[in-house]
Structures are given as C-alpha cells and as structure tokens.
Design a protein around this ligand. Structure first.
Ligand SMILES: C[S@@+](CC[C@H](N)C(=O)[O-])C[C@H]1O[C@@H](n2cnc3c(N)ncnc32)[C@H](O)[C@@H]1O
Length: 324
C-alpha cells in the first residue's frame, strides 16, 4: 500500500509552525523533521559511528528477543504489535522475525507521522518477512492513541522504541504513558526504549557529528517549510546548534539565525522576524537513569516488569504492564 498525503498532518504542520514562530522563544516540534529527505537523513544518522542508540537497541533485541517474547506471556499464540513512531523498523524486524519463527501469529501495526517511511517499512517487510500481517497507520501517535482499542481488540504489546520518549518532557511523558495505561487491558504491555545518561561527550557527538549529517537533518526543517508552506528561508543563514546539559540530562537542538532577517510564509500569509543569534528550538532528547524510569512507570500507573540492557549499559528497553 502507498500512503497518500494526510491533510490533517499538513494542517497541523501549518498551525504548529505559526504558533511556534510567534512564541517569545521560537520552537518547532521535532515530529516535523520527517519528510522524505528527513527520513533518509535519519536513516543515515542511524548508521553513523557517533549515533550509538540504534546499535545499542539493535543489540538489546538480538540478545534479549527470547526473554522478551517469554515476558510478553502471549495467549492463544497471537498478538497485536503496535509500534508508535516505527520509522524503518530496522530493530523491530529482529523481534518480528523471532516471533514469526516461534510460530506466533503477529499482526504488526506501525504508526508513523511520515507516510514515506511507512512505505519504506512495508516494502522492507514484504521482502524480509513475507506473510507478516501489516496494517500501517499514517498519523500523529498522540491522535492514534485515542483509537487504540479500535485499532486492536486482541492482546497487544505497544512498542515505543529508539528513545522516541526522549522527545517529550517528563511531565508530557507521564501524561502520554498514563493515557496508554488507561487504554490497556489485562495482558497488554508497553515496551519503551530509554537512552541512559553517560559520558556527556559521547552524547554531544551523537547530535553533532563531524560529517554534518545531524546538521543537515536539523536544517532540512527550513527546506520543508519552504516547500510545504511557501516560506523563503535562506538555509545558509541559519546554523545547527546542539547542546547537552549533563545535569538535567537534556540534549537540545536549535537552529540559530546568523543575521537579522525576515521570512515570509505564503501559506500562512505572514512574515516572521529573526534577530541575529535568535534561536529556534527544534528538538529535545532527554537522557535517563533507572530511578527516573521506574518513577515514570509508577506515576503513569504501570508496573515495571523487567529491563533489558545492551552490554555497555548505554540503553534500556523497559517492559511495563498496567496490571499486577
Ligand atoms: C527518531 S525516529 C525513530 C524511529 C524508530 N522508532 C527507531 O527507533 O528507529 C522517530 C520516528 O517517529 C516518527 N514520529 C515522530 N513523532 C511522531 C508523532 N508525534 N507521531 C507519529 N510518528 C512520529 C518519525 O516520523 C520517525 O519515523
């Protein structure tokens, strides 16, 4: 299946840009990084030597897939796997393949805001795991969540991998997880990937690689606004500025205006002014420790069942259930 333009996402993009650029401290939500170019740049980021989270979580799945499958306590040999922000499913495929080889009847439901990446994912799955049932949903996962029990009536495991959670503040994460907990039935579980706090220099480099791929990923937001909202950003007049604060464990990325300038948006019938050195906040990537993770589970109404680590303890996939 090929996904067509989702007008709801397009409208939300225009509204969020208008609100974000009108604010005192300008900001644009990171979910808008992912157009066709953004998807391909993110795939390049996942392969960078500096971007350790993908390799760590891949290792978790490779090493822990049997234990994870046992912990899911799958009833009647069938399960719905709902993945929020699935991307190209590089790591999920390890788990999907294992479940299929074990004889489990899997219905895989990837949800992603990028129609393009869902096409890439489904094409890959057709080749690599033929016969797998896939029902992708092109939507913002905050919206899709309300329909969770319409999407899936069977026992389900919800996957939220790759430290997608890190894009949320802790308060928003608790709100998001609490909503999931309220929609879970007995036997349902949530598996979330969390990136641990570690050597700050290792984290800083993951968002500021010397080859400039993360730079291009951040700046691509300007090109997307030019194309989709009729803006006239001159991309060279902005720069990528990532910063990691090891005390709060928060990595943030900004676009910095290199001069005083105005940018017109035809689609919004509006211009925005950027001062010299004015920042536009584009991403937050929160880092965690085990105490924060168990607090998040508890405050959201989940019980932490088990944590699954890579061998360097850089990353953890934490399995939660809302029932004893
Ligand atoms: C950092 S990538 C991670 C992809 C995958 N989870 C992984 O671990 O490799 C984030 C993915 O989530 C999607 N995404 C981000 N925010 C989203 C949202 N609010 N709703 C739906 N998808 C979202 C993006 O399109 C992208 O494919």
């Amino acid at each position: 299946m090929s996904y067509t333009v989702n007008t709801k996402i397009q409208e939300a993009f225009a509204k969020d840009v208008q609100e974000g650029l009108s604010a005192k401290f300008k900001h644009i939500p990171s979910k808008y990084f992912y157009d066709k170019t953004g998807d391909s740049l993110f795939q390049a980021i996942m392969k960078m030597p500096e971007y350790y989270p993908t390799r760590c979580e891949y290792e978790v799945f490779k090493i822990q897939k049997k234990r994870l499958t046992a912990a899911f306590q799958i009833q009647n040999n069938e399960i719905d796997l709902i993945e929020l922000g699935a991307g190209d499913g590089y790591k999920t495929k390890v788990l999907l393949l294992h479940l299929i080889e074990t004889g489990i009847n899997v219905n895989y439901i990837p949800v992603d805001i990028s129609a393009n990446v869902l096409d890439i994912l489904e094409e890959g799955l057709r080749k690599e795991i033929p016969g797998l049932k896939v029902n992708g949903i092109n939507a913002d996962y905050f919206d899709a969540l309300s329909d969770l029990n319409m999407i899936s009536e069977k026992q389900k495991v919800i996957l939220f991998l790759g430290s997608n959670v890190g894009n949320l503040s802790n308060d928003s994460a608790i709100e998001f997880f609490s909503k999931i907990a309220s929609l879970c039935k007995k036997g349902d579980m949530l598996l979330t990937g969390f990136d641990f706090k570690k050597d700050p220099r290792v984290i800083q480099l993951a968002y500021d690689d010397p080859t400039g791929i993360t730079r291009n990923f951040n700046l691509n937001l300007l090109t997307r606004m030019n194309r989709e909202l009729g803006a006239n950003f001159i991309v060279d007049q902005f720069s990528h500025y990532p910063v990691y604060d090891p005390i709060s464990g928060t990595a943030k990325s900004f676009l910095v205006s290199l001069k005083k300038q105005g940018v017109n948006f035809q689609a919004l019938d509006k211009s925005f002014h950027f001062g010299k050195w004015e920042l536009v906040h584009t991403e937050i990537s929160q880092k965690y420790d085990l105490e924060i993770i168990s607090n998040l589970a508890e405050k959201s109404g989940f019980n932490l069942i088990n944590n699954y680590f890579d061998c360097r303890f850089f990353f953890v996939d934490s399995l939660w259930s809302s029932f004893e």
